[in-house]
Write a protein that binds this ligand. Sequence first.
Ligand SMILES: NC(=O)c1ccc[n+]([C@@H]2O[C@H](COP(=O)([O-])OP(=O)(O)OC[C@H]3O[C@@H](n4cnc5c(N)ncnc54)[C@H](OP(=O)(O)O)[C@@H]3O)[C@@H](O)[C@H]2O)c1
Length: 256
Amino acid sequence: MKILIAGATGSIGRHVVAMSLKMGHEPTALLRTPRKSTLLPQGVKIFHGDVSIPETLSGISDGIDAVIFTLGSDGKGRIGARAIDYGGVRNILKTLKKRSVRIVLMTAIGVTDRDGVYNRETESHDWKRRAERLVRASGHPYTIVRPGWFDYNKPDQHKIVMLQGDKHHSGTPADGVIAREQIARVLVGALTDHEAKNKTLELIAEYGDEQQDLTPLFSSLLPDSVEKNDGVLDIDNMPLDSEPPCIIHDLNAMSQ
Ligand SMILES: NC(=O)c1ccc[n+]([C@@H]2O[C@H](COP(=O)([O-])OP(=O)(O)OC[C@H]3O[C@@H](n4cnc5c(N)ncnc54)[C@H](OP(=O)(O)O)[C@@H]3O)[C@@H](O)[C@H]2O)c1
């Protein structure tokens, strides 16, 4: 597959680029910061752009079969969360037009926790969750992956576990941990696994060996419901009728 990777220079995105190459795909790395091209393997196709500036994204999806989003606005508070975690996803989805493109979106474990200090200060969960809703509304086949805390796993903690319902809300690594490389494997593997289609999952690791085959894990999950634009088992604590009009407008535009 020809895969656009939005967030390619990030701590997860770099693994996604490497994993895409390893699995025989053709990645295109979206590059915002030119000096960071040195973080990418030599010869990887690059598209220069900034997801918060739509004019820089013209032509970004030409010839693309799939998009993996690993964007992050960490440290930039609610303005960054809105412009990048949400706006970046919206602006790239808008470039896809009517052609069916496989989407994999990485958000975070705990994304439905609205009352914790982190979300109250940054609105990061809310904006990531709105980005999830845009992806579901877009009509493109998708997988939404909400990983636990990156690289907090112990050396023998590699058994991949996929959960649904986003019930872990401590806001600490007690919610779940997983290695960056394993996150990349799941993000890239989901693209070509029919059992991953239109599913939302939390991704963590437990003590034990990594599984060879991800398909039984994906197939044990419930698909999202078309009536409910949230993860299928998610708590209903962000009702659409309490969302701002601009969000409803984006959702309606995305589903047309
Ligand atoms: N840390 C954890 O344990 C954990 C757990 C679950 C989820 N998460 C979430 O995972 C996300 C990504 O994590 P990460 O460690 O990979 O983040 P990261 O290393 O900060 O990478 C973020 C990526 O997004 C890109 N980006 C940011 N703004 C952009 C823009 N305007 N246009 C184009 N690209 C832009 C960055 O590009 P530049 O290189 O140019 O900056 C970089 O490639 C974060 O949002 C975080 O909340 C984290």
